[in-house]
Unconditional design. Sequence first.
Length: 580
Amino acid sequence: MQKFVKLTLLRTLWCVGLLMVTHAVTAQITVEFRILSVSSDVGDMDPVGNSDPTWLYQIADIPNTTTQNSSTVQTNVNCPGTVAVSNVFFSQTYNCDAPTSFDFTWQGYEADGAGPHEADTGPQTINIPIGSLTFPQAAFTSVGTYNATAAGIVGCPGVAGNVTWEVVLEYRTVGTLPPDQTAPTITCPANQNVDLNATCQYSIIDFTGLATTSDLCNPVTVTQDVAVGTNITTTTTITLTATDPTGNSNTCTFDVIPADNTDPTITCSGNISVNTDPGLCNATVIVPVPATADNCGVASVLNDYNGTASANDTYPVGTTTITWTVTDVNGNTNTCTQDVTVTDNEAPTITCAADVTVSNDATSCDAAVVVPAPTATADNCAVATVINDYNGTASANDTYPVGTTTVTWTVTDVNGNTNTCTQDVIVNDTEAPTITCAANVTVSNDIGSCDAAVIVPVPTATADNCGVATVLNDYNGTASANDTYPVGTTTVTWEVTDLSGNTQFCTQDVIVNDTEAPTITCAANVAVNNDPGSCDAAVVVPAPTATADNCAVATVINDYNGTASANDTYPVGTTTITGQ
């Protein structure tokens, strides 16, 4: 019959942690285990084999079962009996990775190949804390005796019912294993400056990988006290803890400093254009505020025109650029600009002085005139210039020609708006022209006519300060008096007119002498007797039978009685009557 005892070593190592740091060590330890003996009161369970039980055992280092530190021993023993083994089944050298305990499982049963396992103890656990061992321990010394029972069918003589299995273990050690009381070292990273996100928070990340640690033994586990994903808004102190395999720990701290490095946003409304208020050089303007936003919050929105949150104000003529500044609750700023343009569309006013009327300067066709400036100019902002269009200056005092000159005065304000008024400067030519007539003209009538075609010389001289317009005679109303003149004296008046209508006169006589005698034909002679008792006779004398003249017959007179009728009393004799 074969007796089988199986022991399995379970090692628990200090290899748990998130961070392992390799470093030099100054000491090593060696731990060895052996089975000193195995005892049992199990008899031969079947008729096969010797009457005394044959014991078989195997020891293996788990997890390297059947390959490391394993052995098989078969020994014939008495029943009951003890088998002295003294076989080292486990030997291991450690630096800093020694286990905290050594765990074995063992199992005893009868398995001689003739049937199923019998008298089976089932798996049995042996736990040996490393702290229960002595360091150093040169000679093997007992760890302990471990027992288990199994329901046996056949035991040793005198043994009935349950049977007992017993294992005795020993150990020895090399080196020392003082308790690790030295805490690991840990160096935290520098304070972490981080940015707040769009919701004005910062989500904590895993900072353990930024720590620097060292320890006598490895590995070192680093943890942090503020959970990953925790949202913070202000400076938060993070504590990192380094723990070595023996439970020693050390801490360091650093600050996570969230900063709002996101500038607020600001959008100005559109530019504004207005006209000046009536009569003023400025305008009261309503200025809309900008649109602003910030991840943490807007503290203020101010303009640089009046330093307040409202730019509603009075603005001067011209373009005023307003800079709006938004400041968030953490002092970040941003700006935008907006133009307010005030246009002066109000024309200045101007009132001209009264018209000026003067006479020309003597012998000149013009006059030096003093022209008063406009009596009033004004503007809502200011007058820049008052200029006349006659000489292009601010003074219209100048020499003006005869006639009416309209002077246009233009007032211009400081913003280029203009207005005008007009003023007449009237220079009257009051100086008459001069004229000298030619000598009188004397001619005889044309034969058979009571007039004469006469060549009349024009005036010998005309002159004027401005200029002669016309020289006309009153005989035929033209510039030439050459014409047919009647017998007699015709006085021709010459009129010189200058360009301004001034006139002057001179006269010239045209004398046409009628030098042609009239014609007369007397009637026949008259013969009569004296009147009775008288020495004369009353005679009817016929008038001349014909009279004529180139001009006209004025009278037909007889020289007897000096009348137009020669009827009269004539003496006896012949009386010659001469008609005239």
